[in-house]
Design a protein around this ligand. Structure first.
Ligand code: SAM
Length: 238
């Protein structure tokens, strides 16, 4: 069985001992019912660290026993995701962390309902990164997906994306995902709740995205993220 996990970014380290921050300590002790002597797994910057917990004197500390660097997840997936409304986006972000997405490019699409800027955007970015961090504990991922600030789809830097590109589309003439030969790095695209506008679908095709079907049923965008990313990861053969 896997060990209870915590993220170590906000914990301090001195001489082999980690002092666990209040939020992670609360989660381990009150939610996961850990106690002095429990083994837990710390996640930090791509490393997995085995720790033995000590609870006492109003603090939770942990002795570091061993650490290992997590192997890079393959395939390396970059997801272009149409900006979604609150709950849908939260859910989609969790699925990204769970299915092994490397980087998320949020695209402001013609049919995206939310528009964020300034302090509101900064707050949202902080919240979304926290959701990704939390989801890595469930997934046992040492590093969360990287999250890029939303930009209009038309301003996205496609040149920096992997050469293999697949876009989930509801139109005719799509390739079933199961027939795609997944390469070691790829870009995937999922549209917003209102779907891609026709000119956005054209832009993606012009940028080399092959239109892909995820099946006969129309999924919510967050479900499409889960199906697409986990499907691509499962189809990848080294
Ligand atoms: N409102 C649209 C409708 O009902 O026609 C549905 C848009 S869907 C919720 C949002 C996105 O999910 C789409 O742009 C597409 O990228 C993806 N998607 C959902 N189901 C799909 C499927 N079966 N095949 C391919 N893409 C799908």
């Amino acid at each position: 069985m896997s060990l209870p996990r915590l993220r170590l970014e906000r914990c301090s380290f001195d001489n082999g001992i980690w002092t666990i921050d209040a939020e992670e300590a609360h989660h381990l002790v009150r939610v996961r019912h850990c106690y002095t002597g429990s083994l837990v797994e710390g996640l930090l910057n791509g490393e997995k660290i085995t720790l033995r917990l000590h609870c006492g004197g109003g603090a939770v500390t942990a002795r570091e026993l061993s650490r290992e660097t997590e192997a890079a997840f393959e395939p390396r997936m970059e997801l272009v995701l149409g900006l979604l409304k609150n709950d849908q986006l939260d859910e989609a972000l969790r699925f990204c962390a769970e299915t092994g997405v490397f980087r998320i490019h949020l695209a402001v699409c013609e049919r995206s309902v939310p528009r964020y800027e300034g302090a509101r955007l900064a707050d949202k970015m902080k919240r979304w990164r926290k959701i990704l961090d939390e989801a890595t504990k469930q997934a046992g991922a040492a590093a969360p997906p990287l999250l890029c600030e939303p930009v209009p789809l038309s301003a996205m830097d496609f040149a920096a994306m992997p050469a293999q590109r697949l876009a989930a589309m509801l139109s005719d003439g799509t390739l079933p995902l199961r027939d795609a030969a997944i390469e070691s790095a790829l870009a995937l695209a999922v549209g917003p709740e209102g779907d891609w506008a026709p000119e956005e679908a054209e832009l993606l095709l012009a940028e080399g995205f092959a239109p892909v079907s995820l099946g006969a049923r129309i999924m919510r965008a967050s479900t499409a993220v889960a199906a697409f990313c986990s499907g691509a990861a499962m189809l990848y053969k080294k």
